[in-house]
Design a protein around this ligand. Structure first.
Ligand code: ZN
Ligand code: ZN
Length: 288
């Protein structure tokens, strides 16, 4: 049981923007962990979604930086070597470029056991978008399509490199939105609007963070048959599931290779998706 690794321990949740609302209850109920959210942890120093601070590295590297930073500064004071960090990204869906995709990652770093395990979620359920407008009417139309006011918005001048004091985040009131858009249009002619993707401004994103947390919990609960370390998960998938009609190998998964990051134990599981044959729709011969 992986709860043995975590029960009674304290984990620092290296986050701001109230992401703990999505992450903490799920983890505490799964592992009897105590989760501490440090006051004034400035995760924005690791980059923000709006263009004021550039993000440094990929999602995993950024989450790792946050977790390490928290452990370095607070680990000793809190007597813990366990930290959790989360990181999201937004961009076009790899297969459908017009569909936005929200990827969320929740990372657990356990320095006592040398563990680093990440839960993932990828969902097209996001309001992520931006638009340049030259009228209040167009701005209000964008706001409506972006789920405002339950989802926050960002307003700034349309030109890059503008004055940071003219970047207004976290707008959730319609009169405030009208006022800022009107002032920006008056001064600059055009305004750049975008959805505020910070978790506390975006209930849809909160749901995606909860999904990634559930994925992390699932992985933590899968333990290595040899050394019992948590995080025994699929490292590689081998294609070749035979077609149900002609038995030719397809691109669907025939076997999943599980690997333990702690002791290196591997296990091959055939037919991991619970089916012995592929639908002929996936067959290059039956359905060319
Ligand atoms: Zn192992
Ligand atoms: Zn076939």
């Amino acid at each position: 049981m992986s709860s043995y690794w975590f029960a009674g321990r304290t984990a620092i949740l290296a986050t701001m923007h109230r992401k703990e609302a999505a992450i903490a209850p799920l983890l505490t109920s799964a592992f009897a962990l105590e989760i501490v959210v440090p006051d004034g942890f400035d995760s924005d120093q690791f980059g923000t979604f709006t263009r004021d601070i550039k993000r440094p590295a990929d999602q995993l590297a950024t989450a790792r930086l946050k977790a390490m930073h928290a452990l370095e500064h607070l680990g000793a004071a809190l007597g813990t070597e366990l930290a959790i960090a989360s990181e999201g990204s937004f961009g076009p869906h790899p297969l459908m470029p017009y569909v936005p995709l929200n990827r969320e990652l929740v990372l657990l770093v356990d320095r006592r056991h040398g563990l680093e395990i990440a839960g993932h979620a990828a969902t097209p359920d996001t309001n992520y978008s931006h638009q340049q407008v030259d009228s209040l009417e167009a701005a209000l139309k964008f706001a409506q399509s972006a789920g405002f006011p339950s989802h926050g918005l960002v307003v700034m001048p349309a030109a890059e490199g503008s004055d940071p004091t003219e970047i207004h985040k976290g707008i959730t009131q319609e009169d405030q939105f009208r006022e800022i858009v009107t002032a920006t249009l008056k001064r600059h002619g055009r305004a750049h609007l975008e959805t505020d993707m910070r978790a506390m401004m975006n209930p849809t994103r909160m749901k995606a963070i909860a999904l990634a947390t559930q994925d992390l919990i699932r992985k933590l609960q899968q333990t290595c048959p040899q050394c019992h370390a948590p995080g025994f998960d699929v490292g590689d998938r081998q294609p070749g599931l035979p077609c149900a009609l002609c038995h030719a190998p397809t691109s669907l998964t025939l076997a999943a290779l599980y690997r333990c990051a702690q002791c290196g134990f591997t296990e091959t599981v055939r037919y991991p998706d619970g089916q012995d044959f592929a639908d002929p729709a996936h067959c290059a011969y039956c359905n060319p």
